[in-house]
Design a protein around this ligand. Structure first.
Ligand code: ZN
Length: 135
């Protein structure tokens, strides 16, 4: 058993993290958190909290990273939506049992120390869905 708690964040692929961040901070007046490079995923991320949810800006650290490839194909924009769950191990077990196509069969490290796993867009109606658990 697992429970979806809320929309955790919306992941936005950008070419230039600093430039993208300025819109949220300077124009919208939001406060950005520090940046983090997640080497295995070849991204530099910055979270911008908004109430219970956050905006996650993602910039590729290499031309062949998943974010760079996404931008190449679709342009900058929303890349994934993340739902926070209470227990990611249980969520993955449950989805697997239901025959849902997963990108990650087991949780991996996400920004800010979260445990994350991606569900395939073919299983969700076209959305790259991230499940995220934070302790
Ligand atoms: Zn994310």
């Amino acid at each position: 058993m697992f429970k979806v708690l809320r929309v955790d964040h919306i992941g936005i692929a950008v070419k230039d993290l600093d430039a993208a961040k300025k819109f949220y901070t300077d124009v919208l007046g939001m406060a950005a958190q520090g940046e983090e490079v997640i080497e295995p995923q070849k991204v530099k991320v910055c979270f911008i909290p908004s109430g219970d949810s956050e905006v996650e800006l993602l910039e590729s650290t290499t031309p062949d990273g998943p974010i760079a490839k996404f931008i190449e194909k679709k342009g900058e924009g929303i890349q994934h939506i993340a739902l926070r769950v209470d227990n990611i191990e249980n969520a993955l077990k449950d989805l697997k049992a239901k025959g849902v196509r997963l990108i990650d069969e087991s949780p991996r490290y996400g920004a800010g120390g979260a445990s994350i796993a991606f569900v395939h867009p073919k299983a969700t109606g076209g959305i790259l869905l991230e499940l995220s658990e934070r302790k």
